[in-house]
Design a binder for this molecule. Structure first.
Ligand SMILES: [Zn+2]
Length: 108
């Protein structure tokens, strides 16, 4: 995997069953990222560190999830929740594997 493919691994991501395109490294002025709910398009700005890119992607995905689920939250709440989830996942390696891993009791 090349450096760019590692930093920008997704061309599309499904949010609540709707495939969103992801355009990386866009020139966007002061914005780190943006999501267009009508076009199902997530834009991530150029010139950020790998961590900033990941945090921005999570932030924009949370906007997309809330929109698709019909939840209206303010920008500040979106920011605080996305930061909290980022720290949660970073502080607990293996948590995502546990939550999304195969069930072992045969039910699903
Ligand atoms: Zn935002």
């Amino acid at each position: 995997m090349s450096g760019d493919a590692k930093k920008y691994p997704f061309r599309t991501l499904k949010v609540s069953g709707k495939r969103h395109r992801v355009r990386w490294d866009q020139s966007m002025g002061d914005l780190a990222g943006n999501v267009n709910h009508q076009q199902l398009l997530i834009l991530i700005s150029a010139g950020m560190s790998a961590d900033e890119v990941r945090e921005t992607l999570l932030h924009e995905l949370l906007h997309a999830v809330c929109h698709q689920q019909g939840v209206d939250i303010k920008e500040d709440a979106n920011r605080q929740i996305s930061i909290g989830i980022f720290e949660l996942m970073r502080s607990n390696p293996g948590l995502a594997d546990y939550i999304f891993g195969e069930s072992d009791d045969g039910s699903d």
